[in-house]
Write a protein that binds this ligand. Structure first.
Ligand code: AMP
Length: 302
């Protein structure tokens, strides 16, 4: 079943304790769509500048990512520069250049309006709502955000959150939006404003998936080499939503959501093994299935 994503496509410059890269291809929609395309066809809505490499777009298309919703605008592609210190859970932003995102007005191809699964990735919440307004009767709409929009566009972000089904967000952002330090209470506060489910990404400490009274916790796979956590959150979301879309169910059960959380965690664990999208691009369904078993084995008591 088709899965639509709107989000950023970027050139990232990143420093981690394990190395440094300049202007590599990144962005929330890029990581998400590559991850999700391991499971299901993806419809990509984003904008890049004329400087964006054509061969990257061709590589995305070759993976079953439909780029008819990807605008190429006059100007430069979005750029993000950041670094990580020893705590890889915290990304420090040095610079954000919105560039072509400043004038972006996403218009979906008419045949995409009935897309059943929708992911609103990390961009201005007004654009996220703009995309939601163009979709009729989706089965699930999930949304991610980040500190940049919590600080600069909180009111429209709250409005966007009130219209969605699943909020996928990291723990620092949950605390920042709600002002509540306790994650369970913070998730409840957010669910009171609209979403049925809050999925909290906690970096190397795993994921909490909270809905009503149900809490499901998945550990992150403990890797012996981590290079770059950039994109882990978006790859998690891509695996999570891609898995759900591949099931193609009218009613998604709690068990489905639990499995999706394990699949998302498995996919994200590969992303951090290399800078950029490199490792993600070479992933097979067998690699993912094996990592899913390894995560399940972490908490099994024989
Ligand atoms: P994450 O999965 O949370 O690590 O997201 C990483 C991606 O977010 C990077 O590839 C960045 O290009 C992108 N990013 C960083 N800042 C922003 C922003 N303000 N708006 C949209 N995307 C961003």
């Amino acid at each position: 079943m088709s899965l639509l994503v709107v989000g950023s496509m970027a050139f990232d410059s990143i420093r981690s304790p394990f190395g440094e890269v300049e202007q590599i291809v990144g962005g929330s929609a890029t990581y998400f769509s590559i991850a999700a395309s391991c499971f299901t066809p993806v419809r990509l809505v984003s904008v890049v500048g004329r400087d964006f490499p054509k061969d990257v777009m061709e590589k995305l298309s070759a993976r079953g990512i439909d780029t008819r919703g990807l605008a190429v605008a006059d100007g430069e592609t979005f750029r993000w520069k950041g670094y990580y210190e020893n705590d890889l859970n915290v990304a420090h932003t040095v610079r954000t250049n919105l560039n072509v995102f400043e004038g972006f007005d996403p218009v979906l191809p008419p045949e995409w309006k009935d897309t059943p699964y929708v992911f609103l990735g990390n961009i201005n919440p007004r654009l996220q709502m703009n995309v939601m307004d163009q979709i009729s009767k989706p089965r699930i709409v999930a949304l991610d955000t980040m500190n940049f929009y919590i600080e600069n566009s909180l009111e429209s972000l709250r409005e966007a959150i009130s219209k969605i089904d699943v909020l996928i967000i990291n723990e620092a952002e949950v605390r920042q939006i709600t002002g509540e330090l306790n994650l369970v209470r913070a998730a409840r506060m957010l669910m009171d404003t609209g979403p049925r489910r809050v999925v909290i990404k906690r970096g190397e400490y795993g994921v909490l998936n909270i809905s009503g009274g149900d809490i499901f916790a998945v550990p992150a796979y403990p890797l012996d080499k981590v290079f770059d956590p950039t994109g882990a959150g978006d790859s998690f979301a891509g695996g999570f939503m891609g898995y759900l879309a591949s099931l193609d169910r009218k009613e998604i059960s709690n068990k489905d959501y639990r499995m999706a959380t394990v699949y998302g965690s498995a996919v994200a664990s590969f992303t951090v093994e290399a800078f950029g999208t490199q490792r993600l691009e070479s992933l097979s369904r067998e690699d993912i299935a094996e990592r899913v078993s390894m995560i399940r084995a972490l908490i099994e008591i024989p």
